[in-house]
Design a protein. Structure first.
Length: 326
């Protein structure tokens, strides 16, 4: 696999713009968590608690730290200070954006040793200035960082141009679903691991990975990684990567202009089903010890899309909406 430098990546980003239409509302939004986040007691966030609306960062920080279940509605784009700060989020919270233009600029969210959290309909961006911090070494400025936590649902967000990772699931984080997100214009998109324990079970579906470099996602020491109905376009470093002893089931996904679309490390295991490629180069590990890879249908029900519909349907439904019905 290869790593593209910032200048080359910037030229590629400039040459490839997001032209696919996006839906202003969400006719297909899920009302409840699905996939692995639906197991282990389920992921309900702040259901049953008070609903509050915040328009200031200080209020978000205060409510997110509450010990009580809460549904926290962010109304507007909150500028995070100090720059790169990640707002700590405690258990039993739903954090949801009001409309399609709410979220965080200049910082992100941090979940550490918590459970039962939902993050939906937010745009999180603005800790990468386009010049420095390309590798994320100067500041660990993630959009959503999750450590040692369980039952997390990340759905319908727009994550872009942060200083380090867009989504980092670290240190034995388990029972997670990442769905219908627009993940774009970034270096290290989505990493899973930072542990030697093979525990994490993650569902990744209906996401649009657009103009990113590496970690799309990269799964290290992931017990079960189920990737389906995802669309990858203009990926310059590598696409799906099964590192360590990861088991990765990849179904009905569409790769367009992707270098190294599917890669397995020496101990990784991959099984694919109905995967399509268009103008792709490099490694395509479609079956690596695939007979030993888990079957997602043993854990939950799910629906596979026609892969030929994915380039239209996935971008249309990914990212924040004016109304998601909750």
């Amino acid at each position: 696999m290869r790593i593209i430098n910032p200048l080359v990546s910037a030229l590629l980003l400039a040459a490839t713009t997001l032209t696919t239409a996006q839906s202003p509302t969400c006719a297909k939004c899920d009302l409840e968590a699905h996939g692995f986040a639906s197991l282990n007691g389920g992921t309900t966030g702040g259901r049953g608690g008070e609903t509050v609306t915040v328009r200031k960062l200080d209020d978000l920080i205060r409510y997110a730290a509450s010990p009580d279940p809460l549904i926290i509605r962010i109304n507007g784009m909150l500028k995070v200070r100090p720059f790169g700060f990640e707002v700590p989020v405690k258990s039993d919270k739903t954090i949801i954006g009001v409309g399609a233009k709410s979220g965080l600029e200049g910082g992100g969210l941090n979940i550490n040793a918590q459970r039962n959290i939902i993050i939906r309909n937010l745009k999180i961006h603005g800790t990468y200035d386009g010049v420095s911090n390309w590798a994320g070494k100067e500041g660990d400025y993630d959009a959503i960082q999750v450590d040692n936590s369980t039952n997390i649902w990340i759905d319908g967000n727009h994550l872009t141009e942060m200083g380090d990772g867009l989504i980092d699931l670290r240190r034995d984080t388990d029972y997670v679903t990442v769905s219908k997100n627009l993940i774009e214009k970034h270096n290290k998109a989505f990493g899973i691991g930072w542990t030697e324990n093979v525990i994490s079970k993650v569902t990744i579906n209906d996401n649009f990975f657009h103009s990113t470099n590496v970690r799309n996602p990269s799964g290290g020491a992931m017990k079960y990684g189920h990737l389906y109905n995802n669309y990858y376009r203009n990926i310059t470093g590598y696409g799906n990567y099964a590192r360590g002893k990861t088991e990765m089931l990849i179904e009905t996904s569409y790769f367009e202009d992707v270098f190294d679309p599917i890669v397995a490390g020496p101990e990784g295991r991959i099984r694919t089903n109905w995967v399509k490629f268009k103008r792709c180069e490099g490694e395509r590990h479609l079956d690596v010890r695939g007979e030993t890879v888990f079957r997602a249908s043993d854990f939950y029900n799910y629906t596979l899309a026609d892969p030929y519909d994915i380039p239209i349907d996935v971008p249309y439904n990914a990212g924040p909406k004016a109304d998601i019905g909750v």
